[in-house]
Ligand binder design. Sequence first.
Ligand SMILES: [Zn+2]
Length: 347
Amino acid sequence: MVAYDQPGMAGARVADCLDVHIDDLATLIEYVGAAPGEIAGGSVRFDEGAELDTSQVDDQRGRGGIGGRVAVGSGGVGIIGLLIYFLLSQPGSGPGSPLPNGLPGLGAGQSADDTQISQSCQHGRDANTALDCEVVAVVNSLDTYWTGTLTRSGRTYRKPRITFFNGGVNSGCGSASSEAGPFYCPADRESYVDLHFFQELEQRFGAKGGPFARAYVIAHEYGHHVQNLLGTSSRVQAGDSGPTSGSVRLELQADCYAGVWAKNASTTPGSSGRPLITDVTDADVSAALDTASRIGDDYIQSELGGGRVNESQFTHGTSAQRQKWYLTGYQSGDLTSCNTFDTGELG
Ligand SMILES: [Zn+2]
C-alpha cells in the first residue's frame, strides 16, 4: 500500500510517498496526475535573476541538416563499434515542424550560433520564456548536481557538451537525423538534441509536455553521460536487445538517474546560490512520468508503430518500466537505488 491520503489532498508531494511499491505505481501516477488542466504540463520555474552558463552548448541550428540516420561505426569519423544511446530508437518519428510562436530561437530556418545563444540566454528569466534557454538552465542544473554528487563519492565529473541542431548532425558516433530523437554519444561525450523533438513529443506521442517533461529527456541523456564516466556503459554490447538485455537495463538506469536529479533539482543551486529551479510540483513529476509512458518500447511498437509488441526488439524497456525507474530515482534521490543491472525485478 501507499501511505498517502486520497487524491485531492492539496499540497501532498510524491516525495512524501516513500514507501510506494510497484503494485501501487498506476495508482500513484494517477494520483500525481490528479490535477490535469490545472497546471497543464507542470509549472517548473527558474530563478529569474540566476545567470545562465551557455559554455557547454554548441548551437548548430543555423547550419542545416545533413539527413540520413545514425550509422553506428560508419559515417562521421568512422569509429567502429561505438554505442549511441538514444532516448528513442524507433523509426518513423520525422523531424518536427516549427514550434509554436512565442518560443524564441526556434523558428523554421532560423539560424543561431553560440554567440547568439550566449546573448539571448543570460538569466533564469530567459529560461522561463524561451525553450532553448530552458534547456540551458536544465543543463546548468544537471552539471551542478552531478559535479557535487560524483565529487562527494570521490569521482570526477566532467561536463558533457550538448549540441542543438536542426534536421541532422554529425557526431563523434556518426551522422544522425532528427528522426532518431535526442541521443548521447560516448565517444565525444556529447548530447545531441533537435529541440523540435519536444514538439513531436506532444503532437505525435501525445505527451503532456511542459518544462519538467522536457527536463526528463535532457536528464536521461545526462544519465548516459554519468554511466559513461562510471564505466557502466561498457557492460552493454552494441545491438543488444530483449526485455532483460543490457540495453534495457542501461536505458532504465538512465531514467532512474533522471529521477535522482529530479528529486534534487529544486535544491541544486544556480549562480546566485539560490536553487536554479525554484519548485517542483506533483504536476511536474506527473508530466515527466507521462512522457516516460509515451516512449516505452511497448507503447511505441503498438500505439505508434501500429504493430504487435515484440519483446525481443526491446531496447529501452516498457512504458511501465520507464515510469518505475524514473520514480525509483525520484523517490530515493540516490543513484545507488538505480542498480538495474543486478536486479531480477526490472518491473
Ligand atoms: Zn537513452
